[in-house]
Design a protein. Structure first.
Length: 229
């Protein structure tokens, strides 16, 4: 969590944060997240029932900031299976550059893990519900008398089960595809930004080369002036 992020990972993280509506404008991420309030808002955006924003007070004092992060650790992060160490909290509350980004990166990963886990659990619950409601029908059919002249009854529940399969599987599949698409979009955005930065550097180098060529030409002219008898 205290490991520094490379430029690509940082741009990916910033793009993810920019998509989340927060109560305050994002200017300087180290200062914006120092009191923990916006971190709580990030979690609440994805899991509204997990966070009570009344527990977190916007603050300038180090003491209140540490209190907010302590509450996050105890009430929120513990349910996401991670914790911000006291050493890192101390750096975050004084707005130490580069300290909050790894924490937010870990928080993002834990949020996505929980979303996927909840989607899987929901699918399993629906499958259990569907199976439990089909068993009585199967038992009834086994109890029905059979004769050689009687056509076997149509198993309507088979048709129903196939129809029910789509809504059972779709929540997890849709969530997984959506997360993949978001990651792809963020990766594309990061690559575009990298290309723009490289283009700026190339233009700057071209300009420097042009200046050097002009300087060389000027020096040659002066040299020829001194060489002439």
């Amino acid at each position: 969590m205290d490991k520094k992020l490379n430029e690509e990972a940082l741009q990916d993280l910033y793009a993810w944060i920019d998509k989340i509506p927060l109560s305050r404008p994002k200017r300087n991420i180290s200062r914006d997240f120092s009191d923990g309030v916006m971190a709580a808002e990030v979690v609440k955006h994805f899991f509204p029932k997990l966070v009570d924003l009344h527990n977190y007070t916007a603050a300038n004092s180090t003491r209140q900031k540490r209190s907010n992060w302590s509450t996050l650790n105890r009430k929120v992060f513990s349910q996401l299976n991670f914790c911000v160490t006291e050493e890192i909290v101390q750096k975050i509350v004084v707005s130490t550059a580069g300290c909050v980004e790894p924490v937010l990166c870990t928080l993002r990963a834990k949020i996505e893990e929980r979303r996927l886990r909840r989607g899987t659990e929901g699918t399993q619950a629906l499958e259990y519900y569907s199976t439990a409601h089909k068993e009585p029908q199967a038992e009834k059919q086994q109890l029905m008398p059979e004769t050689s002249h009687q056509k076997p009854p149509r198993r309507k529940e088979d048709k129903v089960s196939r129809n029910d399969l789509a809504p059972v599987l779709s929540p997890t599949v849709d969530l997984y595809i959506r997360l993949l698409m978001e990651e792809k979009d963020q990766a594309m955005l990061a690559l575009q930004q990298t290309v723009e930065i490289l283009q700026i550097k190339v233009k700057r180098l071209e300009h420097l080369v042009q200046l050097k060529d002009m300087r060389i030409t000027d020096l040659r002219r002066h040299l020829q002036h001194f060489i002439k008898p």
